[in-house]
Design a binder for this molecule. Sequence first.
Ligand code: ATP
Length: 230
Amino acid sequence: MGSSTFRLGLFGGTFNPIHFGHLRAAEEIAELMELAEVLFIPAAQPPHKDPTPVVDFTHRFNMTQAAIKDRPGFSVSDMEAQREGPSYTVDSLRQLHQEYGDRLDPYFILGQEAFMEIPAWKEFKKLFDLTQIVVINRPQNASEKAGRLLKKMISSKYSWDADLKAYTCPGKKNVFYRDVTRLEISSTNIRARLLQGESIRFLVPDPVREYIEKNGLYQKPAVIGKGQTS
Ligand code: ATP
């Protein structure tokens, strides 16, 4: 009998809005890491983002839901909206460990730029005890910067394991590097397009585009500024 651990992918983000870059990365990481499920965790109050252009949690949750509804094994969590104050990954991880118990084997998925910002996260050292990490990047690009960060900030015992394509360290979880099909799509670019009245078709799933249109999200502010034509 195989091990009874539950390999759960965790994909945190602002998802403002969710797009095919996120979705394709989740799909490929799920396949590469043999994840049983992937849980998308929209941040209710992202601590590291300028809050002004971030639409309500409910909208971001609904859009994420709409994006993944036909993909079995993908689901979305509102756990960060259930807690007061800024959304911290370390709190979500603790909560998930409590809910699932010992069999939980979480894989926190994030981009390389996001990974390099980890030292700004609450109790960031604890993350390396609570979850495996999967950085979306080419393994051959993994070495220098990330390796230096891990050795300096977490443990000097981290080293690169070429077979696992991961940084490993005794007593710590692994930091995997996995390459996925790169889709140069960002939520920032989608919001800018919407503000300009440009199409976002084929950048996001149709149900997400329809939700955005129906709810008038990311549109021009109602007040027309000086010299502007509507
Ligand atoms: P914004 O443009 O508003 O900063 P974003 O498109 O980067 O948003 P986030 O919700 O901030 O989206 O990202 C959530 C996670 O998804 C992060 O770990 C980020 O690195 C990763 N990510 C974002 N865009 C892509 C993409 N095109 N391909 C793969 N991963 C991505």
